[in-house]
Design a protein around this ligand. Structure first.
Ligand code: SF4
Length: 338
């Protein structure tokens, strides 16, 4: 096990396998054009699995496959099988589910245990407004399919943006309940890529709990959160939901998450501007031990608490300017695994 500068262990990896996405959500990829990572720089499945294997020796126990949209990476079930063979106790994936129906069974068979689907609205016109693509029908089809497939857990992730979908919280909770999924509301964050972020667009945990109390009765916070980003609540109707209050109640003190971009840059925080270049180490022939020591030193020197520092700012707007994003695509949220 390796511990960072604030006593936080390295336990979780958000593994981005592509920076591409087939949606253009307003809170993540709202721009018309993007600077993509260079294709030859993307790590192969063998390189990705090798990094995970090396990290196991440093305490890594949970891997979440992310993107961009991970299903845009060809043959993803093959990578899932390779990661499952490494033996982490929790292997999960976050997807927008546009392409999920055609590979869900293969992912399950390959060893994927938990699945999180991003779903921000139940209204086709709002979906188009939010994501700039007309794909709600494909997402609903995938959800109907995966709900009956037998994943250990199915979750929905929802970002509420005031003025667009903030009036759908109650309907989305009911939808999740009918589906047998747990819904998690994520506060709209001012991360790199969220170029339209403004404080007044954020629906806070406090406001959301008030809205839900009006429909379901008072919510009760559940104990045992650990290092999880979501605080879970039991609603008055018995249903359980989660809220990731990154903006109004940051949880950096317990953050055990390392991130890796699809081109092999390790990041100690969603807000980190620099990281550790593992791709170069992999491709110049460093041994597992050498790479492990580099990662161990990187984690030990970690003092990142990005969301906490942002919360302390008096004036707050988008984190990174469009000009900065154009010159360094690794600052984009869709590049660093959301
Ligand atoms: S802002 Fe950084 S340190 Fe804080 S919870 Fe997010 S990733 Fe972890």
């Amino acid at each position: 096990m390796v511990i960072d500068g604030f006593g936080r262990p390295l336990s979780t990896l958000r593994l981005s396998v592509t920076d591409r996405c087939n949606l253009r959500c307003s809170y993540c990829m709202p721009e018309a054009t993007y600077q993509w990572l260079e294709k030859p720089h993307l790590l192969s499945f063998e390189e990705l699995a090798r990094v995970v294997r090396i990290l196991r020796a440093y305490g890594l126990d949970r891997v979440r496959i992310t993107g961009g949209e991970p299903l845009l990476r060809q043959d993803l079930p093959k990578l899932v099988a390779m990661l499952a063979a490494v033996g982490v106790s929790d292997l999960s994936m976050t997807s927008n589910a546009v392409l999920l129906a055609r590979s869900a069974s293969d992912l399950l068979l390959a060893g994927l245990k938990r699945l999180t689907v991003s779903l921000d609205t139940l209204k086709p016109d709002v979906f188009v407004k939010l994501a700039q693509r007309d794909e709600l029908a494909a997402v609903r089809l995938s959800l109907d399919l995966v709900a009956g497939l037998g994943f250990h857990e199915l979750k929905l992730d929802t970002v509420l943006v005031r003025g667009i979908n903030h009036d759908e919280a109650v309907d989305l909770v009911r939808f999740a309940g009918d589906l047998g999924a747990e819904i998690r509301f994520i506060e709209y964050m001012d991360v790199g890529g969220a170029t339209g972020w403004r404080p007044d667009l954020v629906v806070s945990q406090a406001e959301l709990l008030q809205i839900l109390a009006g429909a379901f009765g008072e919510a009760v916070a559940l104990p045992g959160r650990g290092a999880a980003p979501a605080q879970r609540f039991r609603l008055g109707n018995g249903q359980t939901i989660g809220i990731v209050a990154s903006v109004t109640q940051p949880f950096c003190a317990d953050c055990d998450r390392l991130r890796m971009t699809a081109d092999g840059q390790l990041l100690a925080c969603l807000y980190a501007k620099t990281g550790l270049d593992v791709r170069t180490s992999l491709r110049r022939g460093d041994s597992d031990d050498q790479i492990g020591h580099q990662i161990g030193d990187f984690w030990r020197s970690r003092v990142d608490q990005g969301a906490l520092q942002r919360a302390g700012m008096l004036e707050r707007s988008g984190y990174v300017s469009l000009e900065e994003l154009r010159t360094n695509p690794r600052l984009e949220m869709h590049t660093r695994g959301g």
